[in-house]
Design a binder for this molecule. Structure first.
Ligand code: KIV
Length: 289
């Protein structure tokens, strides 16, 4: 796909819903800046999420909890400038929807108006249903997110796979149904047994997007930096790195440094030149002074 010239058929919320009806998988990735979003979009990935994982993978925080609305907006605008085809979704960070539905609505409207988001994502089960209804009423499509929800790290007592007991699995299925009924157009299932994700996927009309939830979901999402091997956190079981970008970058950086120290960078072909006539003229004028 030529980003500059070719007409691209834009991914929309109805298109995502249609994929489920056709049993066609939905491809999703996070992105946080112009160059990576451009590569993701040009690769034909269907949905780009400016996730609050920005906090850890790009900004160096030790969880997703501290990242702010302003920080997400800043990165969202860069991703917007790079994205032509993919549906662009922005994450509501911790704190943005925990004070009041009004505050959450204001943030979501800023994402759409100032950041160019086409949908928002938020974490949590049935207790988010009322807020999802408000957002949908305001014409903002919502992606829900249940299972291992990283913003609840303190409440969960760590990052733990969810739905491993009959009780918690039943609760997660009920959550998924409540979020669908509230109007969510898709739902991320994170960190749960494959068997549970398969049942939730079968039961819902809206697509499920899995991360650490096995292969039976309607689509899959990964964090861009995990996919390309550019992450400094311990790798989780469900991440398949398709490249070793950190190793490639380390090699390039070491090579660059060695070339400077060894006087090999830059060489003559990487230098600008005078025309010979100017060189003669300049030397004569220096001698004359
Ligand atoms: O913030 C994020 O990147 C996410 C994905 C892991 C789904 O929520």
């Amino acid at each position: 796909m030529d980003h500059n010239t070719e007409a691209v058929s834009k991914v929309t919320v109805p298109w995502i819903l249609e994929r489920k009806l056709r049993a066609e998988k939905i491809t999703c990735l996070t992105a946080y800046d112009y160059p990576t979003a451009r590569l993701v979009d040009e690769a034909g990935i269907d949905l780009i999420l400016v996730g609050d994982s920005l906090a850890q993978v790009v900004l160096g925080y030790d969880s997703t909890v501290p990242v702010t609305v302003e920080e997400i907006l800043h990165h969202l605008r860069a991703v917007r400038r790079a994205t032509r085809r993919a549906l662009l979704v922005a994450d509501l960070p911790y704190g943005a929807y925990h004070v009041s539905d009004e505050k959450a609505l204001e943030v979501a409207i800023r994402y759409v108006k100032e950041g160019g988001a086409e949908a928002v994502k938020l974490e949590g089960g049935h207790k988010r249903a009322a807020l999802i209804r408000r957002l949908v009423d305001a014409e903002i499509p919502v992606m829900a997110h249940i299972g291992l929800t990283p913003q609840s790290v303190h409440a969960m007592g760590g990052y733990r796979v969810q739905g491993r007991t009959l009780e918690s699995a039943t609760e997660l299925l009920a959550d998924a149904e409540a979020l669908q009924d509230a109007g969510a157009f898709a739902i991320i299932l994170e960190g749960m047994p494959r068997e549970l994700a398969a049942i939730v996927t079968q039961r819902l009309r809206i697509p499920t997007i899995g991360i650490g939830a096995g292969p039976d979901c309607d689509g899959q999402i990964l964090i861009f930096h995990d996919l390309v091997g550019l992450c400094f956190l311990p790798r989780t079981k469900f991440v398949r790195p398709y490249a070793d970008t950190a190793a490639n970058l380390r090699q390039a950086l070491a090579h660059f440094r060695e070339d400077i120290v060894g006087g090999r960078f830059p060489d003559d072909s990487e230098s600008y030149h005078w025309p010979a006539s100017l060189r003669d003229q300049f030397e004569r004028s220096c001698v004359a002074k």
